[in-house]
Design a protein around this ligand. Structure first.
Ligand SMILES: NC(=O)c1ccc[n+]([C@@H]2O[C@H](COP(=O)([O-])OP(=O)(O)OC[C@H]3O[C@@H](n4cnc5c(N)ncnc54)[C@H](O)[C@@H]3O)[C@@H](O)[C@H]2O)c1
Length: 383
């Protein structure tokens, strides 16, 4: 058996990987502009191409490289060229209750459409205190955090989750059939100035891309990532794509908390997909055949939620700043630290890379150049 399923990451045979070859640095604005231009060539209108490029390059800017421009050739170009995503799609409002809107994205590219959905949710939250946009008919949106952060940038709390449509990658703890995708979840909020809280994660222990990157780099998978059919740990990362290992849930084993990760994955499936009526992994087809990973990632569902704290009470901002400030002040363990909260390391990295460039593997740079992106290397002295 083989598993070629991916949450935006890629089969090993698909080409060069981040980390392969020499590393080069390109200016962020150039990468962004060239990625946007590429999306325009694939048929997207300019404004939406720019929004999609911002969402995609966010991965490279923040260090979430598994969901950055690495996926341009592998995921988004084939998605748009095959008609899996419609470059000209216009989301359709199915229901509008004021604070709550249900949309059919009609195969719009998730990279821009999830950001627009968050802008709509924030606009409703500004009026009603809360804005919920529940989406079906969606396609892959990249990093959940880039969309959730749009709410934080407006002083709001953002919650974004996505299922993987009918795609099934991970099996329940104790179960023998794959039922769910890697179901990303993000919660973002204002925190310390310039460093928003952005929890952004797969609900499986890692996205599939991290397993594949470890395999390509010849690194072992840490215990907890992979198990064999009988549930025993597998350390050979390449075993995943040979179909000899299953991806685990956040929490690791049933004894160390896998049911919590699995429960979060199911919660995402419920909130992002069952709620708007999108395709779901746990469908009767999942129990037919050998239970191995399968299904397609058409008709993805999103949960997009914005909460305007200022509408609920005065003083949220200061309290959030104080709370996250205390986390930063936590003394480190001997020889370790510093203590940071989710989103903080990414914001620091993004600031650095905006100023001095985004690192790409030489192989990825060559691949993007072959796609027609013009990416001159950043001057040595600026790095
Ligand atoms: N669209 C999809 O189908 C899909 C599926 C799965 C994952 N993803 C995306 O993949 C990306 C990577 O996911 P992941 O699970 O590998 O994330 P990760 O393990 O890299 O990070 C998870 C969280 O840990 C936090 N973190 C990491 N180091 C930290 C530190 N030193 N101090 C404090 N916090 C720290 C990060 O801020 C982040 O919020 C995410 O953007 C996710 O949305 C997308």
């Amino acid at each position: 058996m083989t598993s070629t399923l991916s949450d935006g990451a890629v089969p090993r045979s698909a080409g060069p990987a981040p980390g392969e070859g020499r590393e080069v640095t390109v200016a962020y604005e150039t990468l962004l502009g060239e990625t946007a231009a590429f999306f325009v060539r694939l048929g997207l209108p300019e404004g939406r191409a720019r929004l999609a490029a911002e969402a995609l390059c966010y991965g490279d800017l923040t260090g979430m490289d598994s969901h950055g421009v690495f996926n341009l050739a592998r995921l988004y170009r084939p998605l748009l060229e095959s008609g899996g995503a419609d470059p000209a799609a216009e989301p359709l409002v199915l229901r509008d209750l004021g604070p709550c809107v249900v949309l059919d994205h009609r195969r719009a590219l998730g990279l821009w459409a999830a950001s627009e959905a968050m802008d709509l949710a924030a606009e409703r939250a500004a009026r009603c205190g809360i804005g919920l946009v529940s989406v079906r008919g969606a396609t892959h949106f990249g990093c959940a955090g880039v969309h959730a952060k749009r709410a934080a940038d407006r002083g709001m709390i953002g919650v974004v989750a996505s299922n993987c449509g009918g795609q099934r990658i991970a099996r329940p703890p104790l179960g023998a059939a794959a039922l769910l995708g890697t179901n990303p979840l993000s919660v973002a909020a204002p925190a310390v100035e310039g460093r928003p809280f952005v929890l952004d994660m797969s609900t499986t222990v890692v996205p599939t891309g991290r397993v594949r990157t470890a395999a390509r780099d010849g690194r072992e998978a840490p215990e907890g990532w992979l198990t064999d059919d009988a549930g025993h740990p597998v350390r050979d990362a390449a075993a995943y794509d040979r179909g000899e290992a299953w991806l685990g849930w956040l929490g690791g084993t049933p004894a160390t908390g896998a049911f919590k990760g699995f429960g979060l994955g199911l919660a995402v499936e419920l909130l992002a997909a069952v709620l708007p009526g999108a395709a779901t992994g746990p469908a009767p087809a999942a129990l037919e055949g050998d239970g191995r990973p399968g299904g397609s990632d058409d008709d993805i569902g999103f949960l997009v939620l914005a909460i305007a704290p200022d509408a609920l009470r005065d003083g949220f901002d200061g309290d959030a700043r104080a709370m996250f400030g205390t986390v930063l002040d936590c003394p480190p363990q001997p020889g370790r630290g510093p203590v940071r909260y989710p989103g903080h390391p990414e914001a620091e990295r993004a600031e650095r890379r905006r100023a001095s460039g985004v690192p790409l593997s030489g192989a990825l740079h060559a691949e993007l150049t072959a796609l027609g992106l013009r990416l001159p290397l950043a001057p040595e002295e600026d790095r």
